[in-house]
Design a protein around this ligand. Structure first.
Ligand code: 6PG
Length: 479
């Protein structure tokens, strides 16, 4: 029988998404994989899904009702391009190709433009929630045309996670908007994970608690304002005991963090947009630092503090770490939303920031209790220039800032690296500053390159004749 939706690429994410689709009333799902054995395996393992198995792109296209709708779940980059090329051959104008991989948004913009010329709709869609999310309900961030949303909307709403009665999906904006937002989601994910890791490290080194004991701390935190998926799974990971050695698993895992690139893209894009996502950048660089064993090996004997570190009052110290984590986390989200705002302005996407926070409340990796507060902040002030200045967050900073400063100072003093904690605090203080030493930088730029400066007391652009008599002249603005 005719399928109303198809999935191409049946690795874990693809097959789980296909099973999720098949489990919803009214869907019949056609499946295709380059290696047909994989398709047969999935179909055999899940007879309840009623999959329509197809062995070629032609068969796949023939199995689909019009407008044909296919979700591609293959590796970003070359493999995605190859599948798109093949689908364009067998699809017709009005059909819809959805890329559900972690594609770079500029690739999505390019592909959307090329595919649109054939009359086929192209949608780049962020999918978050890992394997379990794909199966049970992910957070979905589709871009693409309004036309494709008419067909796709109901299907996606049926498979998305539900948060407070609402499916975690929205039409983010045109062409690359969905993948842009997913990219920033991952940047925030990197920051959040790094902050949690720093909190764990500080507690472990400062109190001597075991991973299993620290698991209890995180489990406790997860009952309060820090409640989130990442805090929850942190407790699970810390509790895990290695079967082979009997050691805590975290102690036998090699301490070199991997990365598939989305964090780096978030930072690269932010640099081009001129958006300071310093917490996300620190988190990304912290992974890079961890992954250079040769540099770490040769640096091991660099001088550090001579005294060891033990927190005087462990419970009070843990509470300070909790507050520092919360404050830094707000900075990471605020920076991420800042980047989405800047991206939307640059690429002409009409992105509803409050709605983005709302669809991140369920299904995705960074789902957290306080996302509701972000939605509230943007519904009160849609053009809020800096998210962390919303009243709710100001209240948190009022409560947390002393502890935050204390933790950053302690970490520096005792030599425990806390790059994301400290860069977040520096960002916060940078924003707060009435005057920044940027004035001096402008003076230096003018000195060596006649780059000019503006004055606080009158309009215009100025240059000091540094190598002449050092009088000031009006100049052309050179930035
Ligand atoms: C998600 C995740 C996911 C991402 C992994 C791996 O939202 O489900 O962001 O899409 O691929 O987190 O990312 P790294 O390998 O770069 O850590």
């Amino acid at each position: 029988q005719a399928a109303n939706i198809g999935v191409v690429g049946l690795a874990v994410m693809g097959s789980n998404l296909a099973r999720n689709l098949a489990s919803r009333e009214g869907n019949t799902v056609a499946v295709f994989n380059r290696t047909h054995a994989k398709t047969e395996e999935l179909v055999a393992e899940h007879p309840e899904a009623g999959f329509v198995s197809t062995a070629s792109y032609e068969e796949f296209a023939a199995a689909l009702q019009k407008p044909r709708t296919a979700i591609i779940m293959v590796k970003a980059g070359g493999p995605t391009d190859a599948v798109i090329d093949a689908l364009v051959e067998v699809f017709e104008p009005g059909d819809i190709i959805v890329d559900g991989g972690n594609s770079l948004f500029t690739d999505t913009i390019r592909r959307e433009k090329a595919v649109r010329e054939t009359g086929i709709n192209y949608v780049g869609m962020g999918v978050s929630g890992g394997e379990e999310g794909a199966l049970l309900g992910p957070s979905l961030m589709p871009g693409g045309s309004d036309e494709s949303w008419i067909t796709l909307g109901p299907i996606l709403r049926s498979i998305a996670a539900i948060a407070e009665g609402e499916p975690c999906v929205t039409h983010v904006g045109h062409d690359g908007a969905g993948h842009f937002v997913k990219m920033v989601h991952n940047g925030i994910e990197y920051a959040d994970m790094q902050l949690i890791a720093e909190a764990y490290d500080l507690i472990r080194r400062g109190t001597g608690k075991s991973p299993a004991e620290i698991a209890e701390v995180f489990a406790e935190w997860n009952k309060g304002e820090l409640e989130s998926y990442l805090i929850e799974i942190t407790a699970e990971v810390l509790r895990q005991v290695d079967a082979a050695t009997g050691q805590p698993l975290v102690d036998v895992i090699l301490d070199q963090a991997g990365a598939k690139g989305t964090g780096a893209w978030t930072v690269q894009t932010a640099l081009s947009l001129g958006t300071p996502v310093s917490g996300i950048a620190e988190a990304t660089f912290a992974r890079s630092l961890s992954s250079h064993p040769e540099q770490r090996e040769i640096s091991r004997d660099l001088p550090g503090p001579t005294e060891g570190f033990t927190a005087q009052d462990p419970d009070a110290f843990i509470e300070q770490v909790r507050l520092a984590l919360y404050a830094s986390k707000i900075v990471a989200y605020s920076q991420g939303f800042d980047e989405i705002r800047a991206g939307a302005a640059e690429y002409d996407w009409n992105i509803d920031l409050g709605k983005i926070a709302a669809i991140w409340r369920g299904g995705c990796i960074i789902r957290a209790r306080f996302l509701n507060r972000i939605t509230d902040a943007y519904s009160e002030t849609p053009d809020l220039p800096v998210l962390l200045t919303a009243p709710f967050f100001v209240d948190v900073f009022t409560r947390a800032q002393d502890a935050w400063r204390e933790i950053v100072a302690t970490s520096a003093k005792v030599g425990i690296p806390a790059p994301a904690f400290s860069s977040s605090l520096a960002y916060y203080d940078g924003l707060r500053a009435e005057r920044l030493p940027a004035a001096l930088i402008q003076g230096q730029r003018d000195f060596f390159g006649a780059h000019t400066y503006k004055r606080i007391d009158k309009p215009g652009t100025f240059h000091t004749l540094w190598s002449g008599d050092r009088t000031e002249i009006e100049a052309e603005d050179t930035h």
